[in-house]
Design a protein around this ligand. Structure first.
Ligand SMILES: CC(C)(COP(=O)(O)OP(=O)(O)OC[C@H]1O[C@@H](n2cnc3c(N)ncnc32)[C@H](O)[C@@H]1OP(=O)(O)O)[C@@H](O)C(=O)NCCC(=O)NCCS
Length: 170
């Protein structure tokens, strides 16, 4: 199977925040943003694997800034690492100033997707080769985050998490 790059999975979704999508403070409702992030990550995972993909885990989300009604929101997702059937996908969320166009990062998340066949059984996916410094940094940390996610999901014993142990022994 050919090796691919994170760039090949890049997915960019840009949309407005409408009044029906906000909370009592007139900021974007968190669940609405999560749905947009999940959609972008799902497309990125599909572009990498060219298979049916399902969300296996939301590993991390940080709502660092609120997103006011009327904002133009851009969600950018890219596969950071591919394992056997699972992929880690990083997603960054930006808003832009109406007049200057200057972008501010408001949120980021890390999702895990699994490629499956028509019966829902996991299938192998292409490997990935990071190119930029940021892509390499995200690639390097991905196994550690996978192990943490598997522990939290009750799928791995902490004693088997070699990467996490190495982190604390460094
Ligand atoms: C995700 C799913 C396909 C995993 O299937 P499974 O039969 O448990 O398969 P496996 O245990 O072989 O896991 C498959 C891969 O997923 C990874 N995985 C599973 N759960 C994970 C988790 N919580 N965090 C990180 N990785 C996970 C495994 O490590 C494995 O990765 P690898 O093949 O790259 O090494 C299955 O649990 C599923 O279909 N879940 C529902 C998905 C869904 O409906 N999502 C939408 C939610 S509305």
């Amino acid at each position: 199977m050919e090796t691919k790059t994170p760039r090949e999975s890049l997915t960019v979704l840009t949309d407005l925040v409408l009044p029906g999508e906000t909370n009592y403070l007139d900021n974007l409702f968190g669940g609405e943003l999560l749905a947009r992030m999940d959609r972008a990550c799902s497309i990125a995972a599909r572009r990498h694997s060219r298979r049916i993909v399902v969300t296996a885990s939301v590993n991390h989300v940080a709502f660092s800034k609120s997103v006011p009604v009327g904002s133009v929101v851009t969600v950018e997702a890219k596969v950071s690492r591919a394992f056997t059937s699972s992929m880690e996908v990083f997603v960054d969320v930006w808003i832009e100033d109406r007049q200057s166009g200057e972008r501010t990062k408001v949120n980021e998340g890390i999702y895990t997707f699994v490629a499956v066949d028509e019966t829902g059984k996991p299938v192998p996916i292409p490997k990935i080769q990071p190119e930029t410094e940021l892509e390499k940094e995200r690639y390097d940390g991905a196994l550690r985050r996978k192990q943490l996610s598997l522990i939290l999901g009750g799928r791995m014993k902490p004693k088997d998490a070699t990467e996490l142990k190495a982190l604390f022994l460094d």
